[in-house]
Design a binder for this molecule. Sequence first.
Ligand code: ZN
Length: 324
Amino acid sequence: MRHQLSILAPDPDSDERLELLTNLLTDSSGGSMIAVLALVREGASMAYEIKVLDLIDIEVEASFLVLAHKIGNVTRAKCWSYLILGGEDAILVDTGVSSPEILGRLGMTGFVEGDQGLESQLAKHGVSTGDVRYVLHTHTHIDHAGQDDRFPGATGIIKRSELEYSASGLMGAQYPPEYVKHHIDRLHSPGALRLLDLELSGPDEILPGIVCEVAGGHTEGSMNILVETGEGTACICGDIVYDVQNSLVEPYHVMLEREPQVTGNHGLAKRQERAAIKKALNSGRFLLTGHDNPARIEAGRVVARLADSVPGPEVLVEPAVPVA
Ligand SMILES: [Zn+2]
């Protein structure tokens, strides 16, 4: 009901249309529909805030992050979850690693320091694991789906093709069997899992103001999560980009204008990976990747970076190549 009526009144400032709708509903159905209208107004003015949760630092070889970049050099990357606030319930995007030690299976090392970690990061926003109603996944790699078992009361939302891909063996230890088995178990628990068929259905508004679409890169089942904020749409794109500076702002070893550089860890063809990045750059005003600070985008170009909140304070970015 809410979804259908939201389509009728998509513009948050459209008081005139809401008034017309009020008259229509009260004339035809009486006072009971006023409650429905209140939901329409709430949905129409949905403005989520996205909080960056700093879970763990991962030590990794640099060319894993950007193809052929600083081969042989070890660097550190952040690993985020995103907490979406402003709706009826707290929503979490990705759950990080199950433990720092599990990264050893990929030859990587994890460091949890200070107030890092899922529970303490949620607590900074007054949220506990029990408050989270939905756990969404950009994808379910080792560093994105490791703590789903700590949300037994939440519904997990992933693409069906990501579940299939995780069990396919095509990316080996990047999908730990513990994670895959946990998701399989959810298949057989009422309401524990919601599977999306975005390749066939097209973009899916899973909750008011939150739309999932095919990402088209990194893994076969990756999805972008588009979230309406008070300052425009934020595209949470997972790992189609790791390093915003060296893949987007100054793409490493790329001569072409506006051609992004891919990561060193991608499951699809180069053409698809580059197209996925271009798609994400056109899917929202903000780009939120799995391991780097958020960016604000204008006409496909990174113009500012943000810290731990979207919307939030920004630092402007000068274009590396003059725009014609
Ligand atoms: Zn990742």
